[in-house]
Ligand binder design. Structure first.
Ligand SMILES: O=C(O)CCC(=O)c1ccccc1C(=O)O
Ligand SMILES: [Mg+2]
Length: 370
């Protein structure tokens, strides 16, 4: 493929309701949408970095800088791209900045599938026609408030519930859900809010039969997580700690994790996500697809990658209406009565960004010509 032009947009959309995690309360979603134009097609990718460095070190502004001053010039330095996996090595000497890289990687994968007239899921090696999803629920003021929120989502059809926890808002909230909703698929995500000093608390959670506890300890740790996993029956899942295939290899070797939340953005794109998927599959470690409170384009990429066979837990890929009054893509992502999302059969990501909405939510735009 020969790239003619790249359009970057800084965009902002307001959540239906604020989302609270251990490190912040988010009211609006800032992100960058990248459009890569060839003569015949447009490929789309999102950069999921937030407007603050509290989940990871990137922000919308740092990603804009890295895209504009490093990644896009590198991409333009090549006359032709024959396969999206070329970007993985092309970008490898630029350290980290995975979310910036992911925007271009995802857009080139979309283009590649569109040029071949096949769905992105097929281009990636996906085998499923439907994927199972769950809902991630932010920290609430009280267990009763949480029960009301969970009930609403159960009525909408969700079957797996992940709740955010932090010290003081953890075991009582989980116990309340178990008591009220019985044997549902339940899990907790701490976003690194605890240390090994809290080991007794995690042991107390064991009898709750959570499907996993996500990233209980530090964002850059794999050693303490191994110590914690050694004394727990419940699976530990790493999110923040895994940025690369090498990180995944080391965490598996140490016994730090029994599943990985693969966020396409956090690992630098679909090629890296697929490599981590394959590595985990070889070790019989199931993976699943995480989310970044995504709008339509990133959500579409998640649907495609989650169709790969070793994605074995429900993903954080809820319907568009979980977060948005109106998503930017057509059709919106919807769930069926079993909380399944259909994997599109159309070419590429299989969802069309709606031009008026893309414009409405854009607050800065830049066209970069080869
Ligand atoms: O996108 C989703 O639906 C899940 C969102 C989620 O859990 C999350 C949201 C913001 C920051 C971090 C995380 C996380 O998975 O850790
Ligand atoms: Mg997480």
């Amino acid at each position: 493929m020969k790239i003619e032009k790249i359009v970057l947009r800084k965009m902002k959309m307001t959540f239906k309701t604020p989302f609270q995690v251990s490190f912040a309360t988010m009211r609006e979603k800032h992100f960058i949408a990248a459009e890569i134009h060839t003569k015949d097609h447009i490929g789309y990718g999102d950069c999921s970095a937030f407007d603050h460095p509290y989940y990871n070190e990137e922000t919308t502004t740092t990603a804009w800088h890295i895209l504009q001053d490093f990644l896009i010039p590198l991409l333009f330095s090549k006359d032709e791209i024959s396969h999206p996996e070329e970007l993985y090595s092309l970008f490898s000497h630029i350290r980290r900045n995975k979310m910036a890289k992911s925007a271009l990687d995802c857009a080139v994968w979309d283009l590649y599938a569109k040029e071949r007239n096949i769905p992105l899921s097929k281009a990636l090696g996906g085998t499923r026609s439907k994927i199972e999803t769950g809902v991630s629920i932010g920290i609430q003021n009280s267990p009763d408030d949480l029960l009301r929120v969970v009930e609403k989502y159960m009525e909408e059809g969700y079957r797996r519930v992940k709740i955010k926890i932090k010290p003081g808002k953890d075991i009582k909230y989980l116990e309340a859900i178990r008591k009220r909703f019985g044997d549902i698929m339940l899990m907790a995500d701490a976003n690194s809010a605890y240390t090994l000093k809290d080991i007794e608390l995690f042991k107390e959670m064991d009898p709750l039969n959570l499907i996993m506890i996500e990233q209980p300890l530090a964002h850059d740790d794999i050693v303490d997580h191994a110590k914690l996993q050694a004394v727990l029956k419940t699976r530990i899942c790493l999110d923040e700690s895994i940025h690369s295939v090498e990180d995944a290899r080391k965490a598996i070797e140490l016994g730090s994790t029994k599943t990985i939340n693969i966020k396409v953005a956090r690992v630098g794109g679909l090629t890296a996500a697929k490599k981590i998927h394959d590595l985990c599959q070889a070790h019989d470690i199931p993976v699943w697809c995480g989310g970044m409170l995504d709008t339509g384009i990133a959500r579409a990429h998640n649907v495609a990658i989650a169709s790969l066979p070793n994605y074995r837990f429900p993903g954080d890929i809820p319907a568009s209406n979980r977060y948005w009054n109106q998503d930017v893509i057509s059709p919106e992502v919807t769930i069926d009565e079993k909380a399944m999302v259909a994997v599109p059969e159309k070419a590429g990501i299989g969802f069309e960004p709606i031009p008026e909405l893309m414009e409405r939510f854009t607050y800065e735009k830049k066209q970069i010509l080869r």
